[in-house]
Design a protein around this ligand. Structure first.
Ligand SMILES: [Zn+2]
Length: 413
């Protein structure tokens, strides 16, 4: 066996074993705490709702185990099993131009990957979410979403992959710097285009009609120094009963989107407090810092690919017989996440610190008790477990465990 094949197999085994162990911990912890609502939540969360949250969390965790194993098998088939080689051979018979063939191979492999993931995604929506009463998606909406996102993927993917592959062949040894610049430009354009052009393809956005809520939003905007231009309500209920809110926009001009399910579930003062928390992420520069970190990490990723793509063992060690820029790109996209898993706890840790800071910000500009009661409602209605395994949570969760977060909001208000 080649040395790099051994490295790959060890990395795969370590990554799968670690993630399986964490899911197993989560399963047993949630099961052990299924019957007892934690002290702090007894007034607001019934024993039934707590059991439902436990069952929902366990069902999702089990599905996560299946998808982890399935993903590992698919990865082995693509690489050592010769799947990528086969795709390359099939297109070699059809297309002579390296560049055009590269685009065809990359997109067809990604497309095949999407098809392979489809059964699990259908089960997640119509099996799991349905069973717990969260699914609002009809087969028709699911199918049209799929067609729309595939077409969108092609419209964005063809020029992007074409540009990257062209740079990889034409830009010399330091091509990865140019590729990184294109990638960052693409990310910026996407940030601008997503709320304006892409999201409206999937959901309806209507200006917030509730006058008193709009007044609260404007008052909060003035107090925190944001010029809030547009406030939209999105028909999230078209697909799911889960509630959410998000903000987009550059600089001080912000566009706010509330899911209709959030507005329906929370009181106006709770919605205001949730918004204050979200504005806190901007005011405290969390969003800018996350973007900066993403830029640095992706530069490192492109540099690594720049080096790996020039080494023969990167291809042969992963089951690819003919090196090419597009194979380097595909291998990197497929194998890179195995290593990235080990960075996850660092990201989660930073993100949880930001959540506490945004909660402190919300305390200053709105009502901490309203934020706490709003969060408890969201935990309850979304069937978020109140008792995650501490190790699992430290590894994966971008938000603090409910008990800690509520205690933090209650203290030093
Ligand atoms: Zn947050």
């Amino acid at each position: 066996m080649e040395g790099f094949t051994a490295v790959f197999l060890i990395l795969l085994a370590a990554s799968v074993a670690l993630q399986a162990w964490l899911r197993w911990r989560q399963l047993s912890y949630v099961r052990a705490h299924r019957e007892t609502v934690p002290e702090a939540f007894r007034d607001d969360v019934s024993a039934d709702a707590h059991r439902k949250a436990a069952d929902y969390t366990m069902a999702k965790t089990r599905l996560g185990l299946v998808s982890l194993g399935f993903g590992a098998i698919v990865l082995l088939i693509w690489t050592l099993g010769g799947g990528l080689d086969l795709a390359d051979r099939l297109w070699r018979g059809e297309i002579d131009s390296d560049l055009t063939r590269g685009v065809a191979v990359v997109l067809s492999v990604l497309f095949a990957g999407g098809i392979l993931d489809l059964p699990l995604s259908i089960y997640a929506t119509f099996g799991l979410e349905q069973r717990f009463g969260f699914n609002r998606t009809t087969p028709w909406v699911f199918a049209t979403d799929l067609v729309k996102s595939t077409l969108l993927g092609l419209a964005i993917g063809v020029p992007l992959v074409f540009a990257i592959l062209w740079i990889m062949t034409a830009a010399g040894d330091l091509w990865w710097i140019d590729a990184w610049a294109v990638w960052m430009a693409f990310a910026l354009v996407q940030t601008w285009a997503y709320p304006r052009l892409i999201a409206p393809l999937f959901n309806r956005f209507t200006p917030l009609a509730d006058e008193s809520l709009r007044e609260r939003v404007d008052r909060l905007g003035r107090a925190t120094g944001f010029a809030i231009k547009d406030v939209f309500v999105m028909d999230g209920s078209r697909r799911t009963a889960h509630g959410n809110a998000y903000l987009t926009g550059f600089g001080a001009a912000k566009r706010i989107v509330f899911f209709d399910t959030l507005i329906a579930a929370l009181h106006a003062d709770e919605v205001e407090a949730v918004l204050a928390h979200e504005l806190g992420h901007y005011k405290l520069r969390h969003v800018a810092k996350k973007l900066g970190a993403a830029a640095i990490v992706s530069a490192a990723g492109w540099a690594l690919l720049g080096w790996l793509s020039g080494t023969p063992w990167f291809y042969s060690g992963l089951g690819v017989s003919t090196p090419s820029p597009y194979m380097a790109l595909l291998l990197f996209v497929m194998v890179g996440p195995l290593a990235a898993v080990f960075l996850r706890p660092i990201l989660s840790h930073v993100s949880r610190r930001y959540e506490f800071e945004a909660d402190d910000f919300a305390k200053r500009f709105s009502d901490a008790r309203a934020l706490a009661s709003g969060l408890v409602k969201l935990y309850r209605d979304n069937a978020n477990t109140l008792t995650p395994d501490p190790v699992y949570s430290a590894f994966y969760h971008t938000h603090p465990p409910p008990a800690l977060r509520i205690r933090h909001l209650a203290g030093a208000a």
